[in-house]
Design a binder for this molecule. Structure first.
Ligand code: PLP
Length: 389
């Protein structure tokens, strides 16, 4: 049976060039990057090279990159780190954080946790496309606002938030601006300086690097409090022995991502546009998210009278891998908070399907999906009491 992977937003295969780069760091250059001997120095140098590669993709400086275990840890360190440190500088009331209703759980749950500790969090609503209104953001800022954390591009519906405007507002009010750019990196050109981003989270496994490694960009001068105490690695912000193979892989993935950005983006966009055009021919099918301000690899549909989980299972039977929500939360079988936030009814949210493309996707993949998916939707509808056309 043909197998088609259309879940690149959940994770990506590791690029062969990345694997080749990583391999010597398992058994040849295996030193501890903190050791002073030559084995240690080799590992240290590999880490510094990776910092250069990561910063290149973001137009940042190498010394503004901290290694972490992935997007989740980067988000936690950015948000808690900024909140705890800045709290000390304020008077005791009204520590305030602004975020949106459609953040990834790594941000939402961190904000909810901080609320329990007395922080005041404003969750900005979004419009039907998933965009925040910058006027709402400006109105929400007060003298107690410590941090703005808004996702760069949404992991479910692919909508890209107005980063430039958010950055300008944050700068004007002198508030730290963090963005979870896990889905945007490698698909959208990012210049942290131009966008006035102070903190940016990224994850290796979404950009053809290995799992379990990520980075946090911290603009020079922005201070954070550590959330994990230990040996003082990464300027005391993130203690733990370097995962050198992972760090090398992340660096190479970023270098490839930078060199291939235009090519990859054009490739994914071409395929995505065909996919969207063809799938929307299915009766009562709709696109979730913004028609233009969306990630080049994201196609997110909803189908009347369809249950997303059944649709996914039937597609899986035909060898097609898609998703109903974000991979990390889709097992919960709750209507997605993102889809509810854009105004969908729970039953509409449950009838949704995310197909996400990647560097390795092909025209044949798209043809197979556009051939199989309408048939699967029709078959499911025949069995559905909700579909009585
Ligand atoms: C937007 C976003 N943020 C954070 C994460 C978490 O990243 P990681 O799996 O590296 O912890 C993900 C992964 O699904 C994501 O899509």
């Amino acid at each position: 049976m043909k197998k088609v992977y259309m879940d690149y937003a959940a994770t990506t295969p590791v690029d062969k060039e990345v694997i080749d780069e990583m391999i010597p760091y398992f058994d040849k250059y295996y030193g501890n990057a903190s050791s002073i001997h030559s084995f240690g120095r080799d590992a240290f140098d590999a880490g510094e090279k990776s910092r250069e590669q990561i910063s290149g993709l973001l137009s940042a400086n190498a010394d503004e990159i901290i290694f972490t275990s992935g997007g989740t840890e980067s988000d936690n360190l950015a948000i808690k780190g900024a909140a705890y440190l800045n709290k000390k500088k304020r008077d005791s009331k009204g520590y305030h954080i602004i975020t949106s209703e459609i953040e990834h759980p790594a941000v939402l749950e961190t904000c909810k946790y901080l609320e329990k500790q007395g922080f005041n969090v404003k969750y900005l609503p979004v419009d039907k496309y998933g965009l925040i209104k910058t006027k709402d953001l400006e109105d929400a800022i007060s003298k107690n606002t410590l941090l703005i954390t808004i996702i760069f591009a949404n992991n479910e519906i692919g909508t890209i938030e107005p980063m430039e405007e958010i950055g300008k507002i944050a700068k004007k009010h002198d508030v730290i601006f963090h963005t979870d750019a896990v889905q945007a990196v490698g698909k959208v050109p990012i210049d942290v300086k131009k966008l006035n981003i102070d903190l940016l989270s990224l994850s290796s496994h979404k950009i053809y690097g290995p799992k379990g490694v990520g980075a946090l960009y911290i603009r020079k001068g922005v201070k954070l409090q550590t959330i994990a105490h230990g040996g003082g690695h990464e300027k005391g912000l993130r203690s733990s022995t370097h995962n050198t193979p992972g760090i090398v892989g992340l660096g190479k993935a970023c270098e490839l991502g930078m060199n291939r950005l235009k090519k990859d983006a054009a490739h994914m966009k071409n395929l995505r546009d065909v996919l969207i055009k063809e799938i929307l021919k299915v009766e009562e099918s709709y696109l979730n998210g913004h028609p233009e301000k969306r990630l080049v690899n994201n196609a997110h549909f909803r189908f009347t009278a369809i249950e997303g989980e059944s649709l996914n299972l039937m597609l899986d039977d035909k060898g097609i891998a898609g998703a109903t929500g974000s991979a990390c939360s889709s097992k919960k079988l709750q209507a997605s908070h993102v889809l509810l936030a854009i105004g969908l009814k729970p039953e509409e949210a449950h009838g949704s399907l995310r197909l996400s493309l990647g560097r390795m996707s092909t025209k044949e993949d798209v043809s197979y999906v556009t051939e199989v998916l309408p048939e699967v939707v029709n078959n499911l509808r025949k069995m559905s009491p909700l579909w009585n056309r």
